[in-house]
Design a protein around this ligand. Structure first.
Ligand code: ADP
Ligand code: MG
Length: 323
């Protein structure tokens, strides 16, 4: 099948799928190991269908609840086990989620009689050491705590913000991803016929220090913005941002709510500027979709997990193109 000159079922077409929280945790956000595995097992089905259709597939994923849990462990065990920095936490979640994704994708492919190797790449992402996000941290992570429990952590140099009734929550820098440092490894695996998992949790944040050495930094990178960059660096034709809603919606949560279907970057950006998309949720997905297409991607699709295949064909979801 072709449309806009794209033959969808060709190995020449590269689709990057960005999996959101609902692909990795239970319906209520719960993150017991069995629930994480079950969620990933469900998410592997539509991805295996897509791979079985003949396109080349890469996968990236979020890690919010998983990093939150690691931070809580760090806090509670700080007197016994040295706490590790945020870049380590991202690396750890890439490892765990990566091996589960690889295992579940292999299993789903085997059931379809498809022989395709799967591998996960521990991936670092370069950010600017002077990104304004480092002076103005905005990304809330981890659990809510009462003010008196947040106070000693603030004294230790962390930034915590008052979220009213829910309590205080740590906020960290979310700098703009500049370069996916391990993209060559991911590309080599794709060329060798692998399905590749890469760039999980937005990538392990790295920056050059004053001595021009690459070092990990205390930050988290938005997984959708990193997906847009990874997609272009891999030369992906289509980016699918697979979340828990079938479309980006204007007037979300109001009686005038309108799901967006096919839309140009220009029109979508107008809705973004008008404030239609949640800042920590749909906002970065919309921005990622726009960046991917502006950087030369054929289309970016925001849709739900079960609609991935139709989304790739441009038949459902919010389908973002240059014009
Ligand atoms: P993921 O975990 O898949 O990365 P998020 O939970 O961060 O995704 O974002 C998806 C959520 O964004 C939806 O469940 C919805 O509640 C919220 N959202 C905010 N604004 C909008 C909007 N304008 N249209 C659709 N969903 C929106
Ligand atoms: Mg979510």
């Amino acid at each position: 099948m072709t449309a806009e000159g794209v033959n969808f079922y060709s190995p020449c077409v590269l689709v990057l799928i960005a999996l959101g929280g609902n692909a990795m945790t239970g319906p209520d956000g719960s993150a017991r190991p069995g629930e994480q595995i079950a969620a990933i097992r469900r998410a592997a089905e539509p991805i295996a269908d897509l791979a079985a259709s003949g396109v080349t597939v890469a996968v990236t994923h979020g890690n919010g609840p998983q990093v939150g849990n690691l931070l809580t462990k760090n806090e509670l065990a700080a007197g016994i086990v040295p706490p590790v920095p945020l870049d380590w936490c991202v690396a750890q979640t890439q490892g765990t989620l990566g091996f589960i994704l690889v295992t579940e994708l292999e299993r789903a492919l085997a059931r379809r009689g498809v022989e395709r190797p799967v591998a996960s790449v521990v991936s670092r992402t370069l950010v600017d050491h002077d990104d304004p996000a480092f002076t103005e941290p905005t990304k809330p992570i981890g659990r809510y705590l009462p003010a008196e429990q947040a106070a000693p952590l603030i004294e230790h140099g962390q930034t915590w913000r008052d979220f009213g009734d829910r309590g205080w929550r740590r906020v960290v820098a979310s700098p703009r991803p500049r370069q996916v440092l391990d993209v060559a490894a991911a590309r080599a695996l794709l060329t060798a016929g692998f399905i590749v998992v890469a760039g999980g949790g937005g990538g392990i944040p790295m920056a050059y220090n004053a001595d021009r050495e690459l070092v990990g930094v205390e930050a988290v990178i938005d997984k959708d913005l990193n997906a847009a960059l990874l997609g272009r660096e891999l030369g992906a034709d289509i980016l699918v941002i697979a979340t828990d809603v079938p479309h980006a919606v204007v007037g979300y949560g109001t009686p005038d709510a309108q799901p967006l279907g096919a839309i140009s970057v220009e029109e979508l950006r107008r809705y973004a500027v008008a404030g239609h998309f949640g800042s920590g949720s749909m906002g970065p997905k919309v921005e990622a979709a726009c960046r991917f297409v502006e950087a030369g991607g054929t289309r970016a699709v925001i849709t739900s997990l079960d609609q991935i295949a139709a989304g790739v064909r441009g038949e459902t979801g919010t389908v973002v193109t240059a014009s």
